[in-house]
Ligand binder design. Structure first.
Ligand code: GDP
Ligand code: MG
Length: 436
């Protein structure tokens, strides 16, 4: 799937300290291949990956965010943008409002007609379904069955073979019977064909719908984009309905249709049941394509809250073996700013379930903070001053006990030891590289 392929692409970045020109180029190439494999139009895939590349270059990687995560965020943003950014609603306007459905045979028009009728009925609108597929007698019955299922009246003229007349008559009927929305289901062909185009174009011209929707099967891959383009050239439709996203559709159609015809996707259909209709949310679709849980919110929160300058400053102090309790406290503040600890852990993919039954105490840091805040500025800067009697004073001042203070001192010493060792190692390594 696209998400596994993107996953593989991001692996290139995992464990890297920064986003450099070389690993961006490699990753971007793989993202482009993954998108094309997922039926995204090559030109669209190239455009989007060029933008991603531009975005990714020269970005500083935050301490708390890995390059892979940051890259994921950049790709997510670009995909969301590519699919239109904001969600766009169907326009219901007019007396009655008229919605015209177009698309190839088998794309899911009739099924969608039923779903949309049900959706609008739930908003307390009186709806009329109109059967304008004059070629297959079974088409009228299919719509009638669906209409009955969702409790919406179906208008049809079994003897009439003129869809323009039928739709005009239906609108007249709707006016007389105070129906506020008319949904017109039309005939499709197996492939784009001149007669079908002329017919739907004539219907559109005659009834001037407030909303013309193009229904397309997301499983048809690249063809979906070409069909969309042809229909749009003739109909100048208002929005797209992407169907059969419940199957193993590769989803790429959603990306390229929007980019190629510059019309919003308004609904997605995810099953044969009347309830399986969803609004199209570009951000959710991007997330679905990337298949990455809530990594995005995690990265975003980290980016918003993490004070980069502070991070740099502390990094410097670690390098110089000067990390003290002031820095420790500041790190705690940063972690706390990022929000509820349990929520945060839950957003890491795969961790949500694992952490379900584990209690993380949001107050876990409280005693530590209290102890550090009981120290004098001099003690914070020079932890080695903290002898037995000072520690007893800290315990009393912070409402903890001497054991908690000793534990904190021990943890802090261990931390500094690790930092010193790491510094030594990097210096040795650097030295050896210089010699080489
Ligand atoms: P039309 O020829 O454009 O009117 O297409 P239909 O509405 O008759 O749908 C063609 C077939 O696709 C039918 O068997 C529908 O049940 C099925 N179908 C429509 N929408 C979806 C969907 O979102 N998911 C799945 N799995 N099947 C769908
Ligand atoms: Mg049909």
């Amino acid at each position: 799937s696209l998400s596994t392929k993107l996953d593989r692409a991001f692996k290139t970045l995992k464990g890297q300290g920064s986003i450099t020109e070389i690993n961006v180029a490699t990753t971007v190439k793989e993202i482009r291949r993954a998108l094309v494999d997922a039926d995204v139009n090559y030109k669209v895939a190239k455009e989007v990956t060029d933008k991603i590349k531009e975005e990714a270059m020269g970005r500083d990687v935050l301490i708390s965010v890995s390059p892979g995560q940051l890259m994921t965020k950049i790709v997510y943003d670009e995909l969301t943008e590519l699919m239109g950014g904001e969600k766009q609603d169907i326009v219901i306007k007019g007396e009655p409002a008229v919605v015209l459905l177009s698309g190839l045979q088998g794309s899911g028009k009739t099924t969608f007609a039923g779903k949309l009728a049900s959706y609008l009925k739930k908003q307390n609108r009186s709806v009329l379904l109109v059967a304008c597929d004059v070629y297959r007698p079974a088409a009228i019955d299919q719509l009638k069955v669906l209409g009955e299922q969702v409790g919406v009246e179906v208008y049809s003229e079994p003897e009439n073979k003129n869809p323009v007349q039928i739709s005009q008559n239906a609108i007249e009927y709707a006016r007389k019977n105070s129906k506020r929305v008319v949904i017109i289901d039309t005939a499709g062909r197996l492939a784009v064909d001149e007669q079908m185009m002329n017919e739907i174009e004539a219907v559109k011209r005659a009834i001037n719908p407030s909303e013309t929707l193009f229904v397309v099967d997301s499983m048809t891959g690249q063809d979906a984009v070409n069909t969309a383009k042809t229909f749009n050239d003739r109909l100048n439709f208002d929005g797209v309905v992407l169907t059969k996203l419940d199957g193993d559709s590769r989803g790429g159609a959603a990306l390229s249709i929007r980019a190629v015809v510059e019309k919003p996707i308004k609904f997605i259909s995810t099953g044969e049941k009347m309830e399986a209709l969803d609004m199209f949310y570009p951000d959710r679709m991007a997330q679905r394509i990337l298949g990455m849980g809530d990594v995005i919110s995690l990265v975003e929160r980290a980016q918003q809250q993490f004070d980069e300058e502070e991070a740099k400053r502390i990094n410097q102090k670690i390098r110089k073996n000067q990390f003290n309790f002031d820095d420790f406290l500041s790190q705690l503040e940063q972690i706390k700013k990022m929000g509820n600890l349990k929520d945060l852990v839950g957003m890491i993919p795969g961790m949500g379930k694992a952490m379900k039954d584990v209690e993380i105490d949001d107050d876990a840091f409280k005693p530590i903070e209290a102890i550090i805040k009981s120290m004098t500025p001099k003690e914070r800067a020079q932890p080695e001053l903290l002898n037995g009697s000072r520690r007893r004073r800290l315990a009393k001042g912070s409402g903890t006990d001497i054991q908690q203070v000793n534990n904190l001192m021990k943890q802090f010493e261990d931390m500094r030891k690790v930092m010193r060792t790491m510094n030594k190692m990097s210096q040795t390594k650097g030295g050896m590289q210089q010699m080489a």
